[in-house]
Structures are given as structure tokens and as C-alpha cells.
Write a new protein. Structure first.
Length: 637
């Protein structure tokens, strides 16, 4: 999973708009009618989702179970789903839950908790029906996923336009173990002919209004999200893997076709980096773009699955920045096809959606994944070694703001509860650095011939998609596959509480601490102080008066109270100030620039070149020529 919190300028860009997040406290009793006639198969669970008849912004669902051996059964909607590491209680989205026997008579049910319903007389149960509310239009945006369900794991219902069907939010399961882990699921989705579903599941139904999908068990069903919208889908093939890219942009601001080149370049590089590890035949990227200022998704980032990822970003982002963000999050999520999806513990293989037990190895599931998402870019020439060092330095700085003496395995096993929950973001910071240090140890001990990618390949061959490891055995297996020094590192710095001396590990690759110059955003004096403000009435962007301006502004002869009308012929105001800030991140010294301003009520154009300010920060650089060959093995493979 990859969560993003966008800059303070995002808040500036949406000021004046209110997004509420209130679930309706009362729900009318809604009639549910099964829309598809099916022959009951005692050896499968059948689920029907009807996207045609939306009642009070809710979708009807019918579940027909396989045969039960018990007299009483409990039906669950997930409390937690894989990859989120949070308690979300999807049962709060359910309304008008009912159970029926074979004659159509309604059975008594009891709601035992927020996500569960007890059904007596289970042997006579024919089906359960209920309505599902969505999450996107109830998000507050507070905490970006802490209070709300993280958007890429959420659901969306916009009648006739878009349905984000994260199946765990629509289809529940019966407590009987065979119903969860052994019985196949048949999912039928009824939908308008104008909307096409994008997913890695295979539709076995030729109808334009009815899709049928089969899954070997509940996990495999919920592991495959589906997005229905008017078709905006592009496909390409990489080394035998079909990539499906579907985009929903409510105002047509972006399209799959325009965003495809960056995505394709990235995924081709990832496949080249991974080599034989990834053998998926199909991978789907579902991109949902939300409307800021409306009741819409507010948790930006992505959620991984075995053969797909769901991504949510604001539609107001410009093409360049959206392409960059898409590249970064898809890079992370795609590498989850290695871990935890191909290398995982029994806690993940047999995930308990109602009372989950978490694995100790988030350092690998999220940390190594995040490390790969950066390493492959320098390996494939998408970024320079200095940019790679800068990224790792940023992670060191970010990790330092979290608890550096907390056992990572202890945090991971208890990540759903405090105080460990608040340390979760460290999986992307220290977790990635753990991966880097293990990589460096293996490179050093093997004279550059092996690295952490070799380790992941060996673990993948040892385990694989259908074979899980015991949490307690992993460190021993890794040590046996690598070197005693790797085992010592894991026990000391991952299971143990000893902080990692990063400089010592960088030095093994000829990289030492150095002062580096980092460009400052041309519209920021520092991270909290901008050089510009906004008139809330006219929406005009104004250079703040009575302040000493930076090199960028003085180089273009800008003055306080100047109104920025456009840059490089693109108009800007409050509505798209975020675009301007983000685009400026990509400017380089000496780039040609044209700015149209309004000064004292008169418009004028200023042409010149970008001149940036730089802050001197502590970072890392390659300085030891004796380690040149080893450094090359590390970064270039």
C-alpha cells in the first residue's frame, strides 16, 4: 500500500470548499430482489451485485451460500483487509440485511457486532440480501485514511458513471471455514451496457450487461478489484504479461492514452529489473481521479493486489505531475507481486478478515517493496545515483522523526493497535532502509554478484504464491540463503531495538556523508512560508508584498503585489494553484520561462530564465574510487 499526503498548497488550492463525512444515522427498509436466476451449486458461494438499480445511493447484493453442516452460522463483512494495516469495519456500509429460507420466508437474524450477523436455522438458509453504501462520498479527508477508509481500499457508487468495486466492500463471507478458504465463489455483476468493467478477473459471460467471474476462494475474489465506467482503457504487453490501464476522469481532464507512455516506460523497466521473478499473465491498473471540492475520494495513493492495483489521485493535477505520482505509486504496488504476494507468512495466506493476526515482517512486505521502487529506477537509468542517494537520505531524515528504538517486528505484529499503529509510516522509511542495508551486506559478501533481489528470487522459489512460511522461521531461512552477517543484522536492527548506523553501510559502497545542494521551490521561502498568496474573492495569485524575494522572482523582476496571470501560456488562479506549485518542482536552472503578470492593473509579459535558490543539506555522495566496481554492482546489477 502507498499513502500520499499532498503538500500544504493542496489545502490552499481547495480552501473555501467543504467536504463532509457523515454516514446516515437512519436507513429505510429497502426491498432487495435477486436479479439473476442461478442454479444453486452446493460447492460454491454465489454473489450477485446489481449496479443497475441504485436506491438511495446504495447497491443491492445477494449471496447464496453453499451447504452448511452447522445449525447456526455467522455472516461477516470484513473488519480489515490485506494490505491496509488498519481496522476499517466495512460492515458500517451495510443496510437492510436479511436472510431467507428456500421457500422465500425471512429468517430471524441478530447483528452481533458492526460487521457480523448471526443466522439460526442455517441448514434452511437459501440466501442473504443487503444494500451497500459507498465510501468516497462520505470521506472527511481527516487523517487521510486514519478516520476514513483509505480511498484505494474503498468503494464508489455514481449511478450510470462510475463504480469502484473493491469486492471486500460488497461481498461478505460465512464463518464456516470451508466457505472462506476452500469453497469457490461465483460473482455475477449486472451493469449498464454503457459501463465497462476493468479487472484482472476473466469475464466468462458474453453479455454486455452481465459479467460473471469465478474465484477459487474468498481471498482470490476480493483480491481482484473491478472499476466500471465508460471505457477509457489502454493495454500493452511486456514479456508476455498483458497490462490493462483503466482511467476514470469525471471531467475528461485526463485519459488513459495520454498517461500511458510514462506508465508503460515504468512497467517495462520494472519487468526488466525483476526478470523471472514475476510470472503474472495479466496486471491491471485502475486509476480513479476525484473531484476536489465535492463529496469525493480524499485519500490519495494506491493499494496492491496480486494482479492489480487501485490508485486514487485528484483530477486537478496536471499531466506531468500526475504521470510522476502514478509512476512512483505503481512502482511500489507492482513490486508487491514479489512480496507479500509471492513471499508471505501464514497470517497472510490464511488472512482472518474479522479478527486478523498480523505478520512480523512488514519490513519485507512494505519496506523491501519501497526499496525496490527506488532501486529499480537507478538500475534502469530513470534517475541518477545522486538522486537515489538523495531519496535514501530523505528516508533517513523521515525515519528519525519516528521511534528508532522500537522493534520493527514487534511494531509489525501489533500494527493495528497503539502505540505501534502511529509508527506504521516507518515501513516506507526505515523499512526501505532495512532493505537497502541487507542489499549492501549481500553485495559486499558476494563481491557484488548477489543482492537483495537475488534473495527475493530464492525466497520466491522456496515458497511461492501458494506456500506460506511460519513467521518465526523467516530470519533463519534468510540467513541460510545468504550470510551470517545478514542474520545478525536482522536480529540486531529489525527484531532488536538498536538503531542502524547508516553511514557505515553507505561506506561499504564507497558513499560518504557530504554537503549537498538541494533546490528550493521557487514559490517557497521555506517549507512553511510561501512567497505567494491568494485573493479569495478574485481567486488571483499574488506575490506577497513587503518581503525579500528570492532569486527566481528577482531574476524575472517580479515585485510584491504582482498578480500572476499565466506561466508559459498556462493560466493560473486559486482553482489550479496546485498545478503551478507542482509543475515548478520540475524546473531547472536556465530553463526558459514566460510569465504574464498584472501590475497596477496593467498586464505585461516577462520572458527570462529560471534561477533557483539552493539549500545546503547533509546528504551522501560517492567518494571512494576503490569501491567503484562494488558500487556499480549495487546500483546497476
Amino acid at each position: 500500500m502507498n499513502k500520499l499526503i499532498l503538500s500544504a498548497f493542496f489545502a490552499l488550492a481547495v480552501s473555501g470548499h467543504t467536504v463532509t463525512a457523515q454516514m446516515k444515522s437512519t436507513v429505510k427498509k429497502l426491498p432487495v430482489k435477486e436479479q439473476v436466476k442461478t442454479n444453486v451449486n452446493l460447492n460454491q458461494v454465489q454473489a450477485v451485485i446489481d449496479l443497475n438499480k441504485i436506491i438511495e445511493d446504495k447497491v443491492g447484493v445477494t449471496i447464496t451460500p453453499s451447504k452448511f453442516s452447522s445449525n447456526e452460522i455467522i455472516f461477516h463483512i470484513p473488519k480489515t483487509v490485506p494490505g491496509t494495516y488498519s481496522t476499517d469495519n466495512y460492515g458500517k456500509l451495510i443496510a437492510d440485511f436479511k436472510a431467507f429460507d428456500k421457500s422465500g420466508k425471512q429468517l430471524a437474524t441478530t447483528k452481533t457486532d458492526e460487521n457480523s450477523w448471526k443466522i439460526p436455522n442455517a441448514k434452511s438458509l437459501s440466501k442473504v440480501t443487503y444494500y451497500v453504501n459507498d465510501t468516497y462520498d462520505t470521506e472527511s479527508g481527516k487523517g487521510f485514511g486514519k478516520e476514513d477508509i483509505f480511498s484505494p481500499a474503498g468503494t464508489n457508487i455514481i449511478e450510470g458513471k462510475n463504480f469502484m468495486v473493491n469486492i471486500h466492500g460488497f461481498v461478505g463471507y460465512f464463518e464456516d471455514k470451508t466457505q472462506l478458504t476452500e469453497i469457490p465463489y461465483k460473482l455475477t455483476i449486472l451493469h449498464p451496457a454503457a459501463l465497462q468493467g476493468a479487472t484482472s478477473l476473466i469475464d466468462t459471460n458474453k453479455s454486455d450487461t452481465e459479467d460473471t467471474f469465478m474465484a477459487s476462494r474468498y481471498f482470490d475474489l476480493t483480491d481482484n478489484p473491478i472499476m466500471y465506467s465508460k471505457a477509457d482503457i489502454e493495454t500493452f504487453t511486456v514479456d508476455g504479461m498483458e497490462i490493462v490501464f483503466s482511467v476514470y476522469s469525471p471531467n475528461g481532464t485526463h485519459s488513459a492514452k495520454e498517461l500511458l507512455p510514462d506508465l508503460e516506460k515504468t512497467m517495462r523497466a520494472q519487468k526488466a529489473f525483476l526478470g523471472s521473478i514475476n510470472t503474472n499473465k495479466r496486471y491491471t491498473v485502475l486509476l480513479y481521479l476525484s473531484e476536489i471540492g465535492k463529496k469525493d475520494a480524499m485519500g490519495f495513493g494506491a493499494l496492491e493486489h496480486h494482479t492489480s492495483t487501485t490508485v486514487v489521485f485528484p483530477e486537478i493535477m496536471d499531466k506531468e505531475e500526475l504521470g510522476e505520482q502514478l509512476k512512483d505509486v505503481v512502482s511500489h504496488e507492482f513490486f508487491h507481486t514479489v512480496t507479500p504476494l509471492c513471499i508471505h507468512s501464514k497470517e497472510i495466506q490464511y488472512f482472518d478478515y474479522s479478527n486478523p493476526k498480523m505478520s512480523k515482517h512488514l519490513w519485507m512486505y512494505e519496506g523491501v517493496t519501497e526499496y525496490f521502487a527506488n532501486l529499480f529506477q537507478v538500475n534502469q537509468g530513470l534517475i541518477t545515483p545522486d538522486e537515489f542517494y538523495e531519496r535514501m537520505t530523505g528516508k533517513i531524515n523521515n525515519a528519525s522523526s519516528l521511534d528508532d528504538t522500537m522493534s520493527f517486528t514487534e511494531m509489525s505484529a501489533n500494527v493495528l493497535v497503539e502505540p505501534y499503529k502511529d509508527q506504521y509510516l516507518n515501513v516506507y522509511e526505515k523499512g526501505a532502509l532495512i532493505g537497502m542495508c541487507i542489499d549492501i551486506i549481500i553485495r559486499e559478501k558476494s563481491d557484488g554478484q548477489k543482492g537483495i533481489l537475488s534473495l527475493m528470487r530464492d525466497l520466491s522459489n522456496l515458497y511461492g504464491v501458494n506456500k506460506a512460511f511460519d513467521d518465526e522461521e523467516l530470519f533463519g531461512k534468510i540467513t541460510k540463503l545468504t550470510y551470517p552477517e545478514v542474520g545478525a543484522f536482522l536480529n540486531t536492527h529489525v527484531a532488536g531495538k538498536t538503531p542502524i548506523p547508516y553511514a557505515d553501510y553507505f561506506a561499504k559502497m564507497g558513499v560518504t556523508k557530504s554537503k549537498v545542494l538541494v533546490p528550493v521551490n521557487p514559490f517557497l521561502k521555506d517549507q512553511a512560508t510561501p512567497y505567494i498568496t491568494v485573493n479569495p474573492t478574485s481567486k488571483e495569485i499574488i506575490v506577497i508584498p513587503s518581503t525579500k524575494l528570492n532569486n527566481f522572482m528577482t531574476g524575472l523582476s517580479l515585485k510584491g503585489d504582482d498578480i500572476i496571470v499565466s506561466i508559459n501560456d498556462k493560466p493560473y488562479n486559486l482553482d489550479n494553484i496546485y498545478d503551478m506549485i507542482i509543475e515548478s518542482q520540475n524546473w531547472k536552472d536556465g530553463d526558459a520561462i514566460s510569465i504574464k503578470i498584472k501590475r497596477d492593473g496593467v498586464e505585461q509579459s516577462i520572458n527570462g530564465k529560471v534561477k533557483l535558490d539552493y539549500d545546503e543539506e547533509e546528504g551522501y555522495k560517492f567518494t571512494d574510487e576503490s569501491k567503484k566496481a562494488l558500487n556499480k554492482y549495487w546500483l546497476k546489477g
